[in-house]
Design a protein around this ligand. Sequence first.
Ligand code: ADP
Ligand code: ADP
Ligand code: MG
Length: 478
Amino acid sequence: MLRRVLVANRGEIAARILRACREMNIETVAVFSEADRGFLFTTLATHAVCIGGPAPRDSYLNQDAILTVAQHYDCDAIHPGFGFLSENAAFAQRVRDLGIIFVGPSPEVIARLGDKSAARELMRAQGVSVVPGSEGCVSTVEEARACAEAIGYPVLLKATAGGGGRGMRRVFEPQELQAAFDAAQAEAFTCFGDKSLYLEKLILNPRHVEVQILADSHGSIVHLGDRDCSLQRNHQKLLEEAPAPSLSDATRKRMAADALRAAQAVGYENAGTVEFVVTGSGAVGSAARNAEDGFEQEAEDCAFYFIEMNTRIQVEHPITEMVTGINIVREQLRIAAGLPLSFQQEDAAIKGHAIECRINAEDPRQDFRPCPGTIDYLHLPSGFGIRVDTVIHPQYQITPYYDSMIAKIIVHGRNRNEAICRMRRALEETLVAGVSTTIPLHYMLMYDPDFISNHIDTGFIERKLPTLLRPLSEGAML
Ligand code: ADP
Ligand code: ADP
Ligand code: MG
């Protein structure tokens, strides 16, 4: 087993990893920025080291500082969490070159899948359906125009190095293309230092469904079922549920098989997520029937298309843990240590339904503008079937330097209805005073008839936001 792991991240995901290590008797080193001094995640570690200033480039993206600490403390592995350096192939290579284990796939695999346009080609070669689009990148607006005309509008311009919903622009008419191309290219360069773009058909009102996989170094590869992450704002997820409530058994099986094939084709190792957009009966208009036992699935099939593979632990992994009982971070650490998975595919049965609400310090009434500040008063929910992943506490200071997600509330129930009722209860118990959060929006969602009847898609939040927020602006209590 691993002896000492450096956690190259912050906040709730750092705490999540440190807790797993502690249960496995693995020593830990937390690295933190000056803005995070004294925070809970640093106190959960065996050792904690300040590595630089608040700006990510000075601390959580500061490769030299992180590697120096890892060497000084004689760490045998580095867990990158998500965001920051987690999908940085060059960093994974530097870690490897120092004889340290990177908890994730190899640098080669990260690089192959991190190029989203190349990943599409790779999947296509494996017989996995990809969204119709450009073969490789579109380097000029003329190339993009020719491609858009061939596949038909509307289209989506996407950064090939993209992530976190950045560097994407929708184009409905040919005359919008030039401006969208310039904007996407500029954003791609600012965010990723790479302005390459590719183009996909814009699928209207799809669902986002993804498959969690785990692969060890002994040739064992399993999937842990699927998650529906259709409730998004600005192409970023807000609420996720597992299993995806709209898939027929046949579609679910095909999607899992495609995900496994995709991962196998690249010699994948560790945890990963294969993301798809789903159209047809799985998206808008699907008539989920409210049966006594929750929601029955549609019998019809629907179409799904690969969009990308994330080569890291995902924000929403806890919902999969809740319905499978499998500790994904623990498996990641086992795999990194060269051990086999602790279970087999047959043991990964899906039980019940789980929902995660991302609690972000942002104001949904102002286009989800981040709201840094101090938490004056805090009460977090607890009780049967509830899990809260967070490091916040009363008087916690939310700084403007990092992602605005401050907590994840996760519930598990015997079926979707029970999970919804439990999430209502959890959100009613939650009090975060001093900053605006997404809590009221999540609460309204839990009472929304379309959400309850499973009529959701990736455009849902954008379309329904005014309706969802109306009772709040009218001064209703929460
Ligand atoms: P997930 O599918 O795991 O929810 P997200 O796209 O929401 O993934 O990203 C996970 C986290 O990592 C978010 O906090 C997001 O802001 C951050 N993130 C994702 N990609 C990048 C990137 N390329 N650069 C910086 N941060 C990123
Ligand atoms: P990122 O790397 O930023 O996560 P993705 O390729 O996963 O980028 O896309 C982010 C989100 O954008 C998806 O979850 C989906 O909602 C939407 N999206 C991506 N590609 C398409 C497409 N071709 N048509 C419609 N929506 C899309
Ligand atoms: Mg994605």
